[in-house]
Design a protein around this ligand. Structure first.
Ligand SMILES: [Fe+2]
Length: 369
């Protein structure tokens, strides 16, 4: 009765036999079948070895050394590219007599063990069992490593998802009082990402812009309701408090080592800067304003203009574009305006953005009239 280990190998172990002597192959096959090995493949033409190896993916190769056309060393050489790096693929060399030099050479070329001809069946089966045991232990370990890696990947993804969600919720917290649906921040993120892509930013930066832009008004969290939601005219002092949302937002986001938060900090600080230097804060102009902030500035104003606020109706896309065009070179970077108008003309601002043909004035809630 076979031992559990032999039984396991018989079920799982497939063996490829390469020997130019048909008779040797028959002897080995008979011996192996008797021991319970069922998946046996063989060839008397060593040149067929790589193709057979690919087709059957054996767990063990029994390889003769002295063969016509291609000897065992030649086979080892041709098999090398087919062995996965770091894998444990046992190759058992069969030979009548072998010098220490030839042994060294075969070992250095990937052979794992040697068997003397004529075969002693007990020895053959023991060697094969040992090699297969090592092979299966290796495969098991590899499987466990794969599982572990998969787990780590899933956990990392979960963490990243949680981080992104926290950022979304942070943006919502800032906008909650005048945009409880968070739609404005999300649209600004989407439009900014599309503009960034249109302006040639690399795909990974575009994704960062998509996530960072919604945080542009995070600092509004520190602006009191009485000012943020005030319908009447703001005093100079109240304006100053509103303006402080850029520096407060940047302060909340400052000191991070994550590129996403660093970008969000930059946007929060400079999204109210004007191309002509008349914005805030601190009043940079032209290309000293980070490009991403010049992009968010256009996206933010466009979205605000085309949506109703407690103190104003929604503007049509056409009217908003005319205003943005009028501000090119003043409030906005002319190149960003050009890219933006191009996106509008192509209806490529994103699924949630208003389009040229939309009649926005008609959709304004009555109470805002
Ligand atoms: Fe803002």
């Amino acid at each position: 009765m076979p031992s559990p280990m032999t039984d396991l190998h018989a079920r799982r172990g497939s063996i490829l036999i390469v020997d130019d002597q048909e008779n040797n192959i028959r002897i080995l096959e008979r011996m192996l079948r008797k021991a319970g090995y069922q998946e046996l493949f063989s060839t008397t033409d060593p040149r067929e070895t790589p193709a057979l190896f690919e087709r059957h993916a054996p767990d063990l190769v029994l390889l003769d050394l002295h063969m016509p056309y291609l000897d065992g060393f030649g086979v080892l050489d041709r098999l090398a590219p087919h062995l996965a790096p770091g894998s444990y693929m046992p190759i058992l060399v069969l030979t009548a007599d072998i010098s220490p030099e030839a042994k060294q050479r075969a070992l250095s070329m990937g052979a794992k063990d040697f068997l003397a001809k004529p075969f002693d069946s007990t020895e053959v089966l023991l060697r094969i069992r040992n090699l297969l045991e090592a092979r299966f232990l290796y495969l098991e370990l590899q499987q466990q490593n794969d599982l572990l890696e998969q787990k780590v990947r899933i956990r990392t993804q979960e963490l990243e998802d949680a981080q992104v969600e926290i950022l979304d919720r942070l943006a919502l917290a800032a906008e909650f009082r005048d945009d409880a649906t968070q739609e404005h921040t999300q649209r600004v993120g989407e439009i900014s990402a599309r503009l960034a892509r249109r302006m040639g930013m690399p795909a990974d930066v575009v994704e960062l812009v998509r996530r960072a832009a919604p945080l542009h008004d995070l600092g509004k969290i520190a602006v009191p309701d009485s000012i943020l939601l005030k319908l009447g005219k703001l005093t100079d002092e109240e304006f100053a408090i509103i303006r402080s949302h850029t520096t407060i937002g940047a302060r909340i986001l400052s000191g991070s080592r994550h590129p996403l938060l660093q970008l969000a900090e930059q946007i929060a600080l400079t999204h109210h800067e004007h191309w002509d230097g008349r914005g805030y804060q601190p009043g940079l102009g032209g290309e000293r304003i980070p490009l991403v902030s010049r992009i968010v500035a256009v996206a933010d104003v466009f979205d605000a203009l085309t949506h109703a606020r407690p103190y104003k109706k929604a503007w049509s896309v056409e009217r908003a574009c005319a205003e943005i065009r009028a501000q090119s070179g003043r409030q906005f970077d002319p190149q960003v305006v050009e890219a933006f108008l191009d996106l509008v003309a192509r209806n490529e601002l994103g699924p949630a953005a208003p389009r040229l043909q939309d009649d926005l004035e008609e959709t304004v809630p009555r109470q805002y009239d």
